[in-house]
Write a protein that binds this ligand. Structure first.
Ligand code: ARG
Length: 478
C-alpha cells in the first residue's frame, strides 16, 4: 500500500517496507488513535480549519469505526505502515475526499505521542488498582496473624521475634510507595501532545486546549519539540514498574523460602501450586518463581527505554518506534504479575506452630536483654557486652537465656544481682510475645501497633477504591 508520504512514482523495497512497519505492534493503539483523531476533527471543525460538512462526515466515520472496534469487528489492514496511517487511509476510503482534511495541523509524531499518553493514563490506573488489590489481599491475611509469632531475619539469619502480620505489613509499605510512584507519574504525564505536529507546532489556528480537554488531559503539553521527542512517561511507568516488580520478586522469594520443606512456615493452596511431571510427591511454587522471573522484564524495559533515547537528538527519530513493543510487553507483565501475586497471597496458608517453634532456638531475645540492662541504667555498649557474655554462657550450657540460674548470672556479671535482674524477671521479660509487644512505637511490632497499621492500610484501600474515585478526573485530584 502507498505510504501517506509517498507519491505514486515512489516505491519502497518490500523488505525495507516490512522492516519499517510497526502496525503489528501499534495496532494495540487503535482505540486511542480513533479517540485522538475524533478530538482533532472536532477541533478542526470548531476552529473553521475544515468545513462543517467535512467535519461531520469524518466524525461520523470515526464514530462508526469506534463502534466496530468495540464490537471487535474493525479489521486493521495489514498493509498500512502503522496504526495512524491505517486510520487515515481507512477514513479516506470510507468518506472520500472529506477524509483527506483530517491531517491538517497534526503529524504522526504528535499522534503517536498522544496515543501513548492515552494508553499510559489507563495503564497507570490499572497498576494503581492492581497494587491496591494486592494490599487488600495481604492485609486480609495479616488481620488473622497479629499474634502469630515468627522469627524476623537479617542476612537470612534469625534476628528478632516479629509477627507474621508485621512482616506482611512490611510488604504493604513497599507496595504503598509503588502506588505513589505510578500515581505521581500519571499526574506528570497528564499533558496532551496533540497539535505539536512534527516538532514545531502548526501555522494553522488550532485550539490545543479543546483537544486536551476532549481527551481528558489536564492541559496541553508545553513545548512542541519536547512533546514529540519525549518518552519520559514511558520511562516513569517503567521505573515505577521496575521498583514494583523488584518488590514482588522479593516477596515471592520469601514465599518460596517459607513454603520450602526446610522452612515449612506456610503452604500454598492447591489452586496456586504446581506439581512435577515425573515426581508424584512434588509441590512446587512455580507461580512465585515466575513472578520473580518476570521482574527481569521490568528491569530490562527500564534500561531499554533509557538506552533507546539517550543518543537521539531532538526531535522525533524512528528509533522511538521501538518504545511500544517494550511498553506493551511491560504493561502485560505488570498487570498479569499483580493479578498473580494477589492470588498467591490469598493462597498462602501459614503454619503458626512451625514459625513459633523457630523462636525456641537462636537467642532472638538477646537484644531485649541488653535493652533491659539499659533501662536499669547501664550504657548500651556495656549492656551489649554483658548480654553477649550471657548468650555465650547459655549456649555453652545449651540453655535459653532465661534458663540461667542465679549462680550463672552472678558469674557473668555482678550487675545482674545489683540491678535486681533475676531468673524470674528474665522469664517474663524475654518471652517472644513480650519482646514483640514492648515495641509499641510507630513502626514497631506490638500487636496493637500492627493492628492499627492494618486498619490504616484497609482504610486507604477503601478510600482509593470508592466509586467517587472513578468519577474524579485527574485535574480535580490535583
Ligand atoms: N510508527 C511511528 C512510531 O511509532 C509513528 C511516527 C512516525 N513518524 C515519522 N516521522 N516517521 O514512532
Amino acid at each position: 500500500m502507498a505510504k501517506l508520504w509517498e507519491l505514486a512514482s515512489d516505491s519502497l523495497n518490500p523488505l525495507v517496507e516490512h522492516f519499517l512497519s510497526s502496525l503489528s505492534v501499534d495496532s494495540r493503539l487503535l482505540e486511542e488513535e480513533l479517540a485522538a483523531s475524533l478530538a482533532h476533527c472536532h477541533m478542526l471543525g470548531s476552529c473553521g480549519i475544515i468545513n462543517p460538512e467535512d467535519a461531520a462526515a469524518i466524525s461520523a466515520v470515526l464514530q462508526t469505526m469506534q463502534q466496530e472496534y468495540q464490537a471487535g469487528r474493525l479489521k486493521v489492514d495489514a498493509a498500512a505502515e502503522d496504526v495512524h496511517s491505517y486510520v487515515e487511509q481507512e477514513l479516506v476510503r470510507r468518506c472520500g475526499s472529506a477524509g483527506e482534511s483530517i491531517h491538517a495541523g497534526r503529524s504522526r509524531n504528535d499522534q503517536v505521542a498522544t496515543d501513548l499518553r492515552l494508553y499510559l493514563q489507563k495503564q497507570f490506573r490499572l497498576a494503581e488498582d492492581g497494587i491496591m488489590h494486592c494490599v487488600k489481599t495481604i492485609t486480609e491475611l495479616a488481620g488473622g496473624h497479629v499474634h502469630t509469632l515468627m522469627p524476623g531475619f537479617t542476612h537470612l539469619r534469625k534476628a528478632q521475634p516479629i509477627s507474621l502480620a508485621f512482616h506482611l505489613c512490611a510488604w504493604c509499605a513497599a507496595l504503598e510507595r509503588d502506588h505513589s510512584r505510578f500515581l505521581e507519574a500519571r499526574r506528570r504525564a497528564d499533558e496532551c501532545p496533540l497539535g505539536s505536529a512534527a516538532l514545531a507546532g502548526t501555522g494553522l489556528p488550532i485550539d490545543r486546549e479543546q483537544t486536551a480537554a476532549e481527551l481528558g488531559f489536564a492541559r496541553p503539553s508545553r513545548n512542541a519539540m519536547d512533546a514529540t521527542a519525549d518518552r519520559d512517561a514511558c520511562v516513569d511507568y517503567a521505573a515505577a514498574a521496575a521498583s514494583l516488580m523488584m518488590h514482588l520478586s522479593r516477596f515471592c522469594e520469601e514465599i518460596i523460602l517459607w513454603t520450602s520443606e526446610a522452612w515449612n512456615f506456610a503452604a500454598i493452596a492447591a489452586d496456586c501450586r504446581t506439581g512435577s511431571s515425573i515426581m508424584p510427591q512434588k509441590q512446587n511454587p512455580d507461580l512465585a518463581e515466575l513472578i520473580r522471573g518476570k521482574s527481569s522484564i521490568a528491569i530490562g524495559a527500564l534500561t531499554s527505554l533509557l538506552v533507546l533515547q539517550k543518543g537521539v537528538a531532538l526531535g522525533y527519530a524512528r528509533d522511538l518506534q521501538e518504545d511500544k513493543a517494550i511498553i506493551f510487553n511491560l504493561t502485560d507483565t505488570v498487570n498479569s504479575s499483580l493479578e498473580a501475586f494477589s492470588l498467591l497471597a490469598a493462597a498462602l496458608q501459614p503454619h503458626p506452630q512451625q514459625m513459633q517453634a523457630q523462636l525456641d532456638s537462636g537467642y532472638l531475645e538477646a537484644t531485649d536483654l541488653a535493652e533491659l540492662l539499659v533501662l536499669r541504667g547501664i550504657p548500651f555498649r556495656q549492656a551489649y557486652r554483658i548480654a553477649k557474655q550471657t548468650v555465650l554462657k547459655a549456649q555453652a550450657g545449651q540453655s535459653k537465656i532465661a534458663g540461667l540460674g542465679p549462680a550463672e548470672l552472678a558469674s557473668i556479671d555482678p550487675s545482674y544481682a545489683r540491678l535486681g535482674i533475676d531468673q524470674s524477671l528474665l522469664q517474663c521479660w524475654l518471652t517472644a510475645a513480650a519482646c514483640l509487644n514492648r515495641r509499641s512505637h510507630i513502626g514497631g511490632t506490638a500487636a496493637d501497633t500492627v493492628q492499627k497499621e492494618i486498619q490504616r492500610l484497609q482504610a486507604w484501600c477503601a478510600s482509593e477504591s470508592s466509586p467517587t474515585r472513578a468519577a474524579t478526573s485527574l485535574t480535580e485530584e490535583q
